[in-house]
Design a protein around this ligand. Structure first.
Ligand code: FE2
Ligand code: FE2
Length: 337
């Protein structure tokens, strides 16, 4: 590796560092940010810091044992898939980070990686309390649909991550918009539908969902929009990003429909899942500056459940309460850059 990769006194000014391409000097200066959103999202991520030990999981096994067979299966299949998402995202971020030029943005991605690791740890803590950790982490070996969803997500991650052009970097950023904004959502919703029956899982998912939807999704939406603003992007690449979100919707609904066919539970229908995923996909497209392309419905019951738990008011943790004002302050205008 060239030493200029670490230190280049003749590199560009910090305020000139673009997301793609350039020659940074090597400094990370939080006081001089080219963008308004990057250091703000970093502060918000920090204010959002939580640890799995803050969630009370002492009665999780008792609660899990009281679920119906189908509810137990939904619980296990949900965590089997969500845990893959976070592990994959950590690895993807490490690769995506290498495509980036702006050092402050790279620092924000580093913090996001730590949060994804924290999510992986939280699944292990929860499932250990539930007494089925090994079983759940091994479900991919026995369940074709689970294995297929994981594989399709991995393939979308891998397709453009080698970089080499700004168009490939943009397509790679889209894969992350899909992960943060689509692949988690039905999983979150299932656990919220179980709700008070599994308070440990519900509270763990609340913390995870806040990270994904309040900071990680805005981060990648801003990355996507900024790459487009700073570069001339081929219209074929924009067409490709539409295809990628259509694929993401298909991946999410395929697994959702499989779970519902195999383990029907109260409160969920195929139509409800379709409307929910379509609405989320349209919202993600708007967030990245593209046009919604899916049939739009009224905000669904599942969306309302997810949104309800994104608020900070019902969090009981003292640690969180001490950070609420900070959180509220920094959550304004994340998309305004
Ligand atoms: Fe995560
Ligand atoms: Fe994330």
């Amino acid at each position: 590796m060239d030493s200029k990769h670490y230190y280049n006194p003749n590199g560009e000014e910090i305020l000139d560092e673009k997301i793609f391409g350039g020659t940074p000097t090597g400094f990370v200066d939080f006081n001089r940010s080219k963008y308004k959103w990057d250091s703000r999202i970093y502060d918000l991520m920090n204010a959002n810091t939580w640890f799995p030990s803050e969630v009370n999981t002492s009665a999780e096994k008792k609660h899990f044992d009281a679920l119906t067979d189908n509810e137990q299966s939904i619980y296990k299949m949900t965590f089997a898939q969500l845990s893959f998402n976070d592990a994959a995202q950590e690895e993807y971020l490490s690769d995506f980070r290498q495509l980036a030029n702006n050092r402050l943005l790279k620092s924000v991605i580093t913090l996001q990686m730590m949060q994804e690791v924290n999510h992986s740890k939280s699944y292990a803590v929860l499932l250990d309390a539930c007494g089925n950790s090994e079983e759940v982490f091994n479900l991919y070996k026995h369940d074709v649909a689970l294995n297929n969803k994981n594989m399709r997500i991995a393939e979308q991650f891998a397709r453009h991550i080698e970089g080499g052009s700004v168009d490939k970097m943009l397509a790679s950023a889209m894969a992350s918009v899909n992960l943060e904004g689509i692949y988690f959502l039905l999983g979150f919703a299932y656990i919220y539908v179980l709700g008070d029956k599994v308070p440990g899982a519900r509270d763990m998912i609340k913390f995870i969902a806040r990270d994904e939807l309040n900071t990680h999704l805005p981060l990648f939406a801003n990355i996507f929009k900024t790459i487009r603003k700073e570069n001339s992007i081929d219209s074929n690449t924009i067409d490709l990003t539409y295809k990628m979100i259509q694929e993401a919707v298909d991946i999410e609904l395929e697994y959702g429909n499989y779970l519902l066919d195999t383990f029907p539970i109260m409160g969920i229908t195929k139509e409800l899942m379709k409307q929910t995923v379509y609405n989320y996909a349209n919202d993600r497209l708007r967030k990245i500056g593209l046009n919604p392309i899916f049939e739009e419905s009224q905000t669904t019951y599942l969306q309302k459940l997810v949104s309800k738990h994104l608020g900070m008011n019902d969090v009981k943790s003292n640690f969180f309460e001490s950070n609420v004002s900070n959180y509220a302050k920094s959550s304004i205008d994340l998309d305004d850059f």
